[in-house]
Design a protein around this ligand. Structure first.
Ligand SMILES: Nc1ncnc2c1ncn2[C@@H]1O[C@H](COP(=O)(O)OP(=O)(O)OP(=O)(O)O)[C@@H](O)[C@H]1O
Ligand SMILES: [Mg+2]
Length: 264
């Protein structure tokens, strides 16, 4: 579950050093010698997007950062410390991962209950964030299809990942399987929440428009085996909202990233 980082003396928040992935003990590689340095900007955070085609290894990289899997070789450092120190991080998976036998309220309270926050306080804090993600009135429903829509379930998962105010939030294609309108609503929600939180978010996606809309930096993952092959800085002002998507800077960068991705 999520934890707030208190040690801000170390400037580099996440460092991937020479990461390689092999599922056949080194005969073939999915990822080879991937390096990535994500720096924390004090009091602002970063919104890092890792953009890559389906199957290139994006989810695999997020699992390494979250400590849910280990690379074949290479190291992951979080604030200068090895992953073996078990720094907990909050992650939203690409598959819906709400706990369907619990209500919306209980789902969102869980990270606080695990940390022994008293029930009443946990419920109050959960209600605040349930309101922020637009789920007020649904808090006593079970978090499952039939009771909630796909977009609402994803809001539950996002609320749960944010409640403990984590320093690092990992998002794995949080829009997958949602229709265009709902996907846009989730993007607007994520942009809005991040601007308030100032955490560091790492989002992986294959959606170029989403990458440019949300990111402060975009790293393209590609090649066979894959590594980081290109960086785009996103100098588009905040707040990001519906107007952003019609902004000349936004459209120009979207075109530039598209040209790069389609010529891969
Ligand atoms: N446990 C595993 N055993 C064998 N192969 C695996 C395993 N996990 C992932 N792979 C393979 O590694 C590659 C990268 O998988 P990964 O899920 O990281 O891709 P992705 O970029 O997240 O794709 P998508 O955009 O479709 O979600 C894929 O070819 C996948 O089949
Ligand atoms: Mg994936």
């Amino acid at each position: 579950m999520a934890v707030v980082f208190t040690d801000t003396s170390l400037p580099d928040i996440i460092e991937l050093q020479d990461i390689s992935t092999s599922f056949d003990d080194g005969k073939t590689f999915i990822i080879k010698n991937m390096n990535l340095l994500i720096e924390d900007i004090p009091d602002a955070g970063e919104f890092i997007v890792i953009l890559g085609k389906s199957g290139c290894g994006k989810t695999t990289v997020l699992k390494y950062i979250a400590g849910l899997a280990n690379p074949y070789s290479g190291r992951i450092l979080i604030r200068g410390r090895d992953r073996s120190h078990e720094v907990p991080i909050s992650m939203v998976f690409q598959e819906p991962s709400a706990l369907e036998h619990y209500t919306v309220l209980k789902n969102v309270m869980l990270p606080l209950l695990y940390r022994h926050v008293p029930e009443k306080e946990a419920a109050d804090r959960a209600m605040n964030i349930i309101k922020a993600v637009g789920l007020e009135g649904h808090e006593n429903k079970y978090a499952k299809f039939g009771k909630l829509s796909g977009g609402q379930i994803q809001r539950v998962v996002i609320a749960r990942s944010l409640i403990a105010n984590p320093g690092i939030i990992l998002l794995d294609e949080p829009n997958r399987g949602l229709d265009n309108d709902t996907a846009l609503q989730i993007d607007l929600l994520i942009a809005n929440l991040w601007e308030q939180l100032q955490s560091t978010i790492i989002l992986v996606t294959h959606d170029i428009e989403q990458a440019v809309f949300l990111g402060t930096k975009i790293y393209v993952m590609g090649g066979k085996p894959a590594s980081i092959i290109k960086q785009f800085d996103v100098n588009i002002p905040f707040p990001r909202n519906l107007n952003t998507r019609r902004d000349a800077k936004f459209l120009a960068l979207k075109n530039e990233v598209e040209d790069f991705m389609y010529n891969l």
